[in-house]
Design a protein around this ligand. Structure first.
Ligand SMILES: Cc1cc2nc3c(=O)[nH]c(=O)nc-3n(C[C@H](O)[C@H](O)[C@H](O)COP(=O)(O)OP(=O)(O)OC[C@H]3O[C@@H](n4cnc5c(N)ncnc54)[C@H](O)[C@@H]3O)c2cc1C
Length: 307
């Protein structure tokens, strides 16, 4: 796969802003300034490390909604494929933060920022005050705007925990559907191929990554998918998901070519929906239906991702 993820460009383009506005305490004259960093991805964690080096006396708090410290997000696909164990994916453990006197708040979702009051509020209702704040929240998948898109068996694909869930479910699955013809969707296709799970890969256009590749380039990718048991399904999308009595996803429904009549079919058809998230779901061998994933890099953060 080639090219940079859009979030990288976003981060790089904001870097001058961070450098200008997140000046360490030693440069502002205050030795005990407090810094809050929302996000423990590579951006947030690196900022905390640099701050500690530049401002030895500062209070530094890193907040993350995830339940574990920094890991290599790019490698989680290798874990989901079954090609890597957990250990090499982790970058820091909690001791790394403790050793640097950085307060790491795991499993903590920031729901509000009060810039005038210099405070953030968490989902649990805690208020954390700051002198300076860095928002390093990266990208977070949002849910497909269709019925049952939060059904059991549909996964986001952004966190290490998502990768664990996908790996666990895909190991017991016999079929899958992938939605979202972008760079993360192709990762899901590769995961299905590596785990020898047959998949349909739904794409809204006539080819994978249609905005970036030529027809010839896309055809190379399509052939590679087919060789791995992943069938590209063009002009297609998801209208809604069907679930069983226990709320587990069993089918994804595509609209007809006119987009007017939802049908329970895996046949190619045009989609009226716009995938906005990076999700996958699997159905296990006890069901006769497909599993579904959709994937699109997103830049906004709202609520904690459903798992
Ligand atoms: C499967 C996958 C494959 C990828 N492959 C590549 C690749 O090959 N090449 C490449 O360049 N890029 C790739 N990327 C993209 C790359 O991982 C991201 O661009 C990078 O992780 C962004 O880093 P970040 O620190 O800005 O944000 P993130 O890594 O997204 O970290 C954001 C942090 O903010 C936290 N957070 C968000 N909202 C809140 C909140 N409200 N409260 C508390 N905490 C919050 C999150 O929990 C997380 O800790 C891939 C991404 C994925 C998911």
């Amino acid at each position: 796969m080639v090219g940079f993820h859009p979030a990288i460009h976003t981060f790089v383009s904001y870097f001058p802003w961070i450098a200008t506005h997140f000046t360490p305490a030693t440069e502002t004259g205050s030795m005990t300034a407090s810094y809050v960093i929302i996000g423990d991805g590579i951006a947030g964690s690196s900022a905390a490390e640099t701050l500690r080096e530049e401002a030895p006396d500062a209070e530094i708090t890193v907040i993350t909604e995830e339940g574990e410290a920094l890991y290599n997000r790019i490698l989680i696909k290798e874990y989901a494929k079954g090609k890597l164990p957990e250990a090499p994916i982790s970058i820091h453990d909690t001791d790394w933060y403790a050793d640097r006197e950085i307060d790491l708040e795991l499993d903590t979702v920031v729901t509000n920022i009060d810039p005038d009051g210099h405070a953030v509020t968490t989902y649990e209702g805690e208020t954390i005050e700051y002198d300076k704040l860095l928002v390093a929240t990266g990208g977070t998948p949002t849910q497909l705007p269709v019925d049952n898109s939060d059904a059991d068996g549909i996964h986001h694909f952004w966190t290490f925990q998502d990768a664990r869930n996908i790996r666990e479910h895909i190991e017991g699955a016999d079929s899958a559907t992938i939605v979202g013809a972008g760079l993360l969707g192709i990762d899901l296709a590769a995961i299905c191929g590596a785990q020898e799970v047959e998949a349909n890969y739904l794409m809204r256009g006539d080819c994978w990554w249609r905005y970036a590749l030529t027809e010839e380039g896309a055809e190379i990718m399509h052939d590679a998918m087919r060789e791995r048991g992943v069938t590209p399904v063009f002009q297609s999308g998801v209208d809604h998901f069907e679930t069983d009595d226990e709320g587990h996803v069993t089918q994804r429904s595509t609209p007809t070519a006119s987009g007017s009549t939802p049908t329970l079919s895996a046949s190619p058809s045009a989609s009226t929906s716009t995938p906005r998230s990076c999700r996958t779901s699997t159905s296990n061998r006890t069901t006769a239906s497909s599993s579904t994933s959709t994937c699109e890099p997103v830049s906004t953060m709202s609520s904690p991702p459903a798992t």
